[in-house]
Design a protein. Structure first.
Lengths: 85, 179
């Protein structure tokens, strides 16, 4: 499995977005797809607001922009089941 | 039998518009008709109506018209946006206090600007990145909108009045009002 050499850099890059989706009850986690590409997964928490999740194109824009100052890029976003944005 | 379903584009980008030009600004609000676009989120109506009252009382704005979206999570439908553009001189949209509705409120602002209507969209500050990203996705990076302090839904009517009062100078700046 691919490894990210500095996970703290990625956590810091995603923090603002993770905090934002947490306001709607969603949790963000990420995994490396290959050495410099990341898969972001959004999980619905128990109190997630079903209709409140940021639209996928908007989410991709935020996450890609957040990674601009890191060595990494966004591979794809995995949404909770039923979120068909 | 094959079934088809109408899918709404959450970015409102069906036509692929990339126009990042603001509509002409009014300078003064005297006598102008106010459009208030309510996205149905809690306290949106209260916030918008209070802003409308303040604009009438202190800046001489004319009649206000309240419009309500079908669904907070996507931009308003073209029919509603066209109707608003026909009936008012400028618009305030509110309130984006979740991920989807903040993006949609900003999208409404951009779609109204593209119809020639000066518009100030309101999100909450917790969802500022969602509004900014929607503007980028819609080809209008840097689109100016106002972020009210989060939360909004749980506030009392008195607290909403305070939020409206605090918002006023920024809303006027966004609308280009000089007096």
């Amino acid at each position: 499995m691919a490894q990210v050499t500095d996970p703290a850099v990625v956590d810091a890059a995603f923090k603002e977005f993770a905090d934002m989706v947490a306001n709607d009850g969603y949790l963000l986690r990420w995994t490396p797809d290959d050495d410099e590409k990341l898969v972001v997964t959004i999980d619905a928490g128990p109190d997630a607001c079903a209709d409140c999740l940021v639209p996928l194109p908007v989410m991709e824009s935020i996450l890609s922009t957040a990674l601009e100052d890191t060595p990494y890029t966004l591979s794809r976003v995995v949404l909770p089941e039923g979120e068909g944005h | 039998m094959a079934m088809t379903e109408l899918l709404l584009d959450p970015t409102g980008m069906e036509e692929g518009a990339q126009d990042s030009t603001l509509s002409p600004r009014p300078v003064s609000l005297k006598g102008l008709t106010i459009g208030l676009l309510d996205n149905t989120k809690p306290n949106a109506t209260l916030l918008l109506e209070e802003i409308g009252r303040l604009l009438q009382r202190h800046y001489g704005a004319g009649e206000s018209k309240l419009y309500t979206k079908d669904y907070f999570g996507t931009p308003a439908k073209d029919e509603l946006l066209d109707r608003i553009a026909d009936e008012v001189d400028f618009v305030i949209t509110a309130v984006g206090d979740c991920g989807s509705c903040s993006a949609a409120s900003v999208a409404d602002g951009i779609l109204l600007e593209r119809r020639g209507i000066p518009t100030a969209s309101i999100t909450s500050d917790s969802f500022l990145p969602s509004g900014e990203a929607m503007a980028r996705v819609m080809g209008f990076p840097g689109f100016d909108f106002y972020a009210v302090k989060h939360p909004v839904a749980s506030l009392s009517s008195e607290e909403i009045k305070d939020r409206a009062q605090t918002a006023l100078p920024e809303l006027l700046r966004i609308l280009g009002v000089e007096e």
